[in-house]
Ligand binder design. Structure first.
Ligand code: FAD
Length: 274
């Protein structure tokens, strides 16, 4: 497979740098082609502004979505953005790797998404009708590909559990997994999250690296998170609410958008294949 790893840490000699090297080495050992976008090393421009849209005359009022659409259609996005889009189209699997900063991704990575996920490419795709609301949430330009997060966190695993003070990790990562990756079509694998990393001793690194190698070996076979497809019949159109009778009647929020029926079926299929 072809794999793109987008790395968002300012220090190559960090724990994240060491884990990136473990992942890349394991993937290459498995015979995969790997490319790395090292955002700090590339001096990635994180903030969207007028300069991102060369066709737009300098004194024109900037409307980002419209300018993005126009520039994407005219093949006139800036060279750095076009290079990242080319990598996304090339890759069968996208991996985003970052330390959890303020319960989310570092700004440089958010800025990569803001600029690279252009209108007409990652959003604003497909027809709107009584049956469809564009190609998104499970459909889109990046469908058929897989994506996954590698995340390190200072906090304890318990603090990110279902009743933990920080909120469940699946909820914190939902805007990235569902809102950024599933939206343009990726099948999103469960994340590889490493907790309590700030005072790691030498002995702790080996099992973390081993767990990551295992995840890299199973990229093609790991069952994706069973997010519900927007146009698959689970949602009312145009209201986009989950149909009555679907999901746990007591559930609220993000968990409603994961189909537990599909998750059980995927696990059964995996068991049968093994
Ligand atoms: P490093 O600092 O590079 O290393 C961490 C530890 O691993 C050190 O003890 C180091 O000696 C050891 N180590 C590094 N490399 C190796 C190696 N090769 N072998 C063995 N040991 C090694 N955490 C949260 O949980 N939630 C938050 O919201 C949050 N917000 C943050 C916001 C900011 C601005 C910052 C700076 C931190 C925040 N943190 C938060 C903590 C953050 O997630 C961790 O500091 C980060 O994940 C650590 O990853 P790193 O690569 O920077 O580790």
């Amino acid at each position: 497979m072809k794999i793109l790893l987008v790395f968002a840490h300012p220090e190559s000699r960090s724990l994240n740098g060491a884990l990136r090297d473990v992942a890349v080495q394991e993937l290459r050992t498995q015979g995969h082609e790997v490319r790395v976008s090292d955002l700090y090393a590339q001096h990635w421009k994180a903030a969207v502004d007028h300069a991102d849209f060369p066709p737009l005359p300098p004194d024109t009022r900037l409307k980002v979505a419209g300018a993005s659409k126009q520039a994407f259609e005219a093949d006139a996005l800036t060279g750095d953005v076009k290079a990242e889009i080319e990598k996304l189209l090339w890759a069968d699997v996208l991996i985003l790797q970052f330390p959890l900063w303020w319960f989310s991704m570092p700004a440089i990575l958010k800025g990569w998404v803001d600029r690279v996920f252009a209108y007409g490419f990652a959003y604003g795709v497909g027809e709107h009708s009584e049956k469809r609301w564009g190609d998104r949430y499970g459909e889109g330009r990046l469908s058929g590909k897989r994506a996954m997060l590698i995340v390190t966190a200072g906090g304890w695993q318990e603090h990110y559990s279902a009743r933990g003070i920080n909120g469940p990790i699946d909820d914190l990562l939902f805007p990235i997994n569902h809102g950024i990756l599933y939206y343009p079509g990726y099948d999103v694998l469960p994340p590889y999250v490493v907790y309590r990393v700030d005072r790691l001793d030498e002995g702790a690194f080996a099992p973390i690296a081993q767990g990551l190698r295992e995840r890299m070996r199973t990229l093609a076979t790991t069952a994706p998170i069973a997010y519900r497809q927007q146009n698959g019949g689970d949602y009312l159109i145009p209201g986009m609410q989950l149909r009555a009778g679907l999901g746990d009647p007591h559930a609220r929020g993000f968990a409603l958008h994961v189909s537990h029926e599909d998750a059980v079926e995927a696990e059964l299929n995996l068991d049968a294949a093994e």
